[in-house]
Unconditional design. Sequence first.
Length: 80
Amino acid sequence: MSRLLLAAFMVLVLAPDVRAQKLVDPTKVAPEFREAAEKRRAEQIRQQNCAQKASQEKVLPRERIAFISHCIDEEAAKSP
């Protein structure tokens, strides 16, 4: 039983964090998809910024999605 727990622990420790989404790097994308990659990266940065704001303001988990959605809408309206 202890070997099974040790094996499970090792898998969890050594496994990469699959929940984290990496930022898109437009320079590593084919030229015809570069513009879309740049837009996706900008969207990812907006999402990260809004998630950080939610953490800083200590938004409750049940209100977090609404807060982030509102924040993203505001930031999208600010940028051209």
